[in-house]
Design a protein around this ligand. Structure first.
Ligand code: 6LW
Length: 493
């Protein structure tokens, strides 16, 4: 059956997957974003529906002092004995922890912290034993493992089980059992063009592991013109028909040379076969945008929230909305009027600014907001395209010299520049239209400015996230006197 990659477009890095019955569940890392660790469900591996988040409470997720692209790193999602386990690392807090749930779309437990260094924790259950495997950060002993007491979070004595095929900074370990053999799947080469998936196997979960003679089993390294690049950080799953699959991160670069990617690291899907007990990904071929495979379920047709948002916020904020760090809830109110935003003193390039957004999930898209706002001097509200605090574009409404006007502002690193202004009324239709290489900013149908997608890309801004678009408000130094009301918001791709 045909399917399109990425199966989860927009920034959905470090995907992890498990199956319960006929249903697949998937989670990705979320860094400083709140709620944390988005969760998706699918019956066919190609069409994914958002079902919630694992980290929704401040007691689970401390990211208020988190820099961009810190906070929550790669998770592992597993199901054992009627319970879902989600283990991850908060690099802005005490490191590794896991939460549990009976229903992944419901509330997850308080964290159980695990005292070990590094990132990329994995859980492998064998009978009553849970093996905790992780990237230690020590290039001499990069992949370590210990037994975990899931009641207390206590760890047994750690031991090194893998030191790398080629890269001492090997990361993202995951262990699986197949026909009595234990398979260790890892990521090497870093999370950009050099990324690769490496395989090893053993007769016992604790090793010793031997490397696959055909390693790496997946990489787009050395293929600079591929549509899909940087594939790696994979998690395997067996479907109900006994077919195996992997989900992994990858990027889609655009633009003139040197190419770049602004949607972040996305989630890709590929079939896995086994040859003399070793995994063969996509028949040994690179991963493509258009793929074929024995999907475990029929394809859906209707679009999902990933592609389209059209809301007056009457029912609150949908699952696609996220904040950069925990928001001051006083500043956000949804209701029959729409989404009322109260701008704080922070501008958008300062932590704590009033902003809520959704992932940009396609190169060609249109974002619109009907804004009712009568700003005081210097107050501003509008739509923003955000990579991080220092790489973002805004089209907003403000008051200057007593006159209400729309303004387009570009922040690229240390430089900030206003590139467009025009007088507007009390209610303004703001819009951002985008294609792979350019954003265009409009007020009441008039284009006031444009900017390249390059300068909000990972190759320029660095980091682990991707572009997020949505409304913002700021008093530019003081708290706004007046609310900005987003009467309607539309995202369509
Ligand atoms: C993730 C790790 C990685 O935990 O980046 O570059 C981290 N590799 O595997 C954040 O995505």
């Amino acid at each position: 059956m045909r399917y399109d990659n990425p199966v989860l477009p927009g920034f959905h890095p470090d995907p992890t997957i498990c199956r319960v019955g006929e249903t697949f569940y998937l989670a990705t890392s979320s860094f400083e974003y709140v709620p944390g660790v988005p969760l998706y469900r699918s019956e066919n591996l190609a069409d994914w529906e958002p079902i919630g988040h694992a980290l929704t409470r401040e007691s689970q997720l401390t990211v208020d002092d988190a820099d961009g692209s810190s906070g929550i790193y790669a998770p592992t999602l597993r199901y054992h004995d009627g319970t879902f386990y989600l283990v991850t690392t908060n690099v802005s807090d005490d490191g590794h922890f896991f939460v549990t749930a009976d229903d992944p779309s419901g509330e997850w437990s308080e964290p159980t912290w695990i005292d070990a260094p590094g990132i990329d924790p994995d859980l492998f259950f064998e009978g009553d034993t849970c093996y905790f495997t992780y990237h230690s950060g020590d290039p001499e002993n990069p992949i370590q493992q210990a037994e975990l007491d899931v009641e207390t979070g206590e760890l047994g004595e750690p031991k090194t089980i893998w030191t790398g095929f080629r890269d001492p900074y090997v990361e993202a370990p995951h262990i699986y059992e197949r026909d009595g053999t234990y398979h260790l799947i890892l990521a090497e080469g870093g999370t950009h063009a050099g990324h690769m998936v490496v395989a090893a196997r053993a007769d016992d979960p604790t090793g010793p592991y031997e490397g696959c003679p055909d390693n790496p089993v997946l990489t787009h390294w050395g293929r600079p013109r591929d549509d899909v690049r940087a594939t790696g950080h994979a998690d395997f799953v067996e479907d109900g028909n006994g077919e195996w699959w992997l989900v992994c991160l990858g990027i889609r670069q655009v633009g003139p040379w040197p190419r770049f990617h602004h949607l972040g690291r996305e989630t890709f899907l590929a079939p896995v076969e086994w040859d003399v007990g070793w995994p063969v990904v996509n028949g040994g071929e690179p991963i493509e945008a258009a793929m074929e495979g024995p999907l475990p379920g029929d394809r859906q047709t209707e679009t999902t929230a990933l592609e389209r948002t059209d809301t007056t916020f009457a029912d609150g904020l949908g699952l696609e909305w996220q904040f950069r760090r925990h928001p001051d809830r006083e500043r956000y109110e949804t209701g029959p009027e729409g989404l009322c935003l109260r701008g704080g003193p922070e501008t958008l390039d300062e932590p704590g600014a009033t902003f809520v957004g959704r992932r940009q999930t396609a190169f060609d898209c249109r974002v619109e907001a009907t804004l009712a706002f009568d700003p005081g001097a210097g107050e501003e509200a509008g739509l923003a395209v955000v990579a991080d605090d220092r790489h973002q574009y805004q089209v907003g409404v403000t008051r200057r010299d007593g006159r209400r006007e729309a303004v387009v502002r570009l922040r690229i690193g240390d430089a900030t520049e206003v590139v467009g202004r025009a007088p507007v009324g009390a209610t303004t239709d703001l819009a951002v239209t985008a294609d792979a290489e350019e954003y265009r900013f409009h007020a009441d149908g008039e284009q006031l400015g444009s900017a390249s997608t390059r300068y909000v890309s990972t190759e320029v801004a660095a980091g682990f996230t991707g572009v997020v678009v949505g409304p913002y408000a700021t008093g530019r130094g003081t708290t706004c006197e007046t609310d900005a009301v987003i009467e309607r918001f539309v995202y369509e791709s």
